[in-house]
Design a protein. Structure first.
Length: 121
């Protein structure tokens, strides 16, 4: 949040990163509460996160008094653009995966409940 207030990162980049992270977090909690099975992280999600994790410190470095601050700014954008693209691709890819995990989780609970009721008698 401090890099947004400081102005080191463009506001629209920060908003896109935060919106995606909030969406993924809310979906993760919601799916867990709904009984979905575990979802593995996708390559696109890992790569997008990797890029953003490099971009944010580079934006900070580009605002400092370093001799390479111009290069840091260019590198920040080199990591930001693919990071955002991959992050949002991953978000889209998670939708069918999440629906399948939800179906599997509910089916597993139904099967477990049916097994428990038939074994009780």
């Amino acid at each position: 949040m401090a890099i947004i207030i400081d102005g080191s990162i463009p506001l629209w980049v920060a908003v896109l990163v935060l919106v995606r992270e909030l969406a993924v977090s809310a979906a993760t909690v919601g799916l867990a509460l709904a009984g979905a099975t575990r979802i593995d992280v996708t390559w696109a999600g890992k790569a997008g996160t990797f890029c953003i994790m490099f971009a944010l410190p580079l934006f900070l470095a580009s605002e400092g008094e370093l001799f390479w601050r111009d290069e840091a700014r260019v590198l920040a954008w080199v990591f930001t653009v693919p990071g955002l693209v991959l992050g949002y691709i991953a978000l889209g890819l998670y939708v069918p995966i999440a629906l399948r995990a939800l179906r599997e989780g509910r089916a597993g609970r139904t099967d477990a409940a049916a097994g428990a009721s038939s074994g009780a008698g």
